[in-house]
Design a binder for this molecule. Sequence first.
Ligand SMILES: *Cc1c(COP(=O)(O)O)cnc(C)c1O
Length: 340
Amino acid sequence: MHRSELTVDLGAVRRNARTLLRTLDGSQLWAVVKANAYGHGAIDVAGALVDEGAGALCVATVAEGLELRREFSLVRILVMGPTASSRQVAEAREAKLELAVWDEELPEGVRVHLKLDTGMGRWGLSELPALSAEVVGLMTHLATADSDPAFAEQQVELFREATEPYSDLMRHAANSAAALRLPSARFDAARCGVALYGLSPFGEDPAVDGLEPALSWHSYLAQVKQLQPGESTGYGRRFVAEKPTWIGIVPVGYGDGFRRDLTGTEVRVGGELRPVVGTVSMDAFAVELEREEPVGAPVTIIGQGVLAEAHAAVAGTINYEVLTGVVSDPRRARRVVVDA
Ligand SMILES: *Cc1c(COP(=O)(O)O)cnc(C)c1O
C-alpha cells in the first residue's frame, strides 16, 4: 500500500474550464498552470485545458514555459514573471514563448505583453512607453478581486483608460476571482488559475461558484491504538488523553505537504469527519477516533467534502498555498490521473 495517493481528475478540470468559459461570455480563457498547475501536474492539466479551448497557457518562469513547449508545439505560452537574463530571453525567443515585460527597454525578436501597475504595487510600469511591433498584449494584475471589488474596479478603470487607444492588442486583467465576479475586468482574456482546479478564490465552498475540486488525497490508518488517561501522541505531548482515547496514525506529514499548522483540522476516516490531534510530524499525523477502527481504514485528507479551503482556514493561509505545497514526488506518494 502507498503511504498516500493523489488523484487528479481532469474531468473536473474540464468542467471548471467550461464553467469559466460560460461565465466569460466571449473573452478568452487563459489557463494559469504555473507552479506545476498549483500542484496538480502542469502537463496533464494543460493538455485537458488546451482541449477545452484555453487560448493560452500562463506560467511564471521561462523554464516552466519551455517544459510546456516540448509538449504543446503550437499553443500560445505566456511567461508572467520577470525574465532576468539575456540567455532566458534567447530561450524564450527560440521556443516562441511570449513574455510579460515592464522595462522601458523591450527585448527584441520576442512577443511581449506590457504590464501596467494599476494598484497591485508589484511588477509593472506606471505608464505605457512607446510601443514596438513586438508588443502583442497589454496586461495588469488586480490586488483585491477576491476581497475588495471597489478597489479592483478602480484598477480596471485605470487600465481601461491607459489602454483604450490600443484596443487592437490583447488586453487582459482578470484572475479567477475577477473572471467569476467582476464582469468589467474581462477584456479580451482572463488569466485563470485557482478556479480551474475547483478551488475558490474567495476561500469559500467552491460549489458556490459552480466549481468542483480536481485533486483528492487519500491515505489510511497505518496504526490504531488506545491512549490511556495521561498518555500523549506526538512531539511535545501537545495532545494528552483525558479519558481512554482511540487514535489512528496516518503516514502523511509536513514532508508530504500536510502542514504542521494543520493540527485541529478534520479529515474523513471511514466516512466520518475526525480531528487531527497533536503535533503533525514530518512523516505522520494522528487523528482522534470515536472508536476502535481497523488498521488500513481509508482516510481522506482532501476530497469527499473535505475542502482545501477548510484546511487553509485552520492553517491561517489560503487554499492556493495548501495545494501548491502537496508533494507529488513518487517516493512519497502515488499520483493517479483520471479523466472522467
Ligand atoms: C497567478 C496569476 C494569475 C492567476 O490567479 P488565480 O487567482 O489563480 O486565478 C493571474 N495573473 C497573474 C499575473 C498571476 O501571477
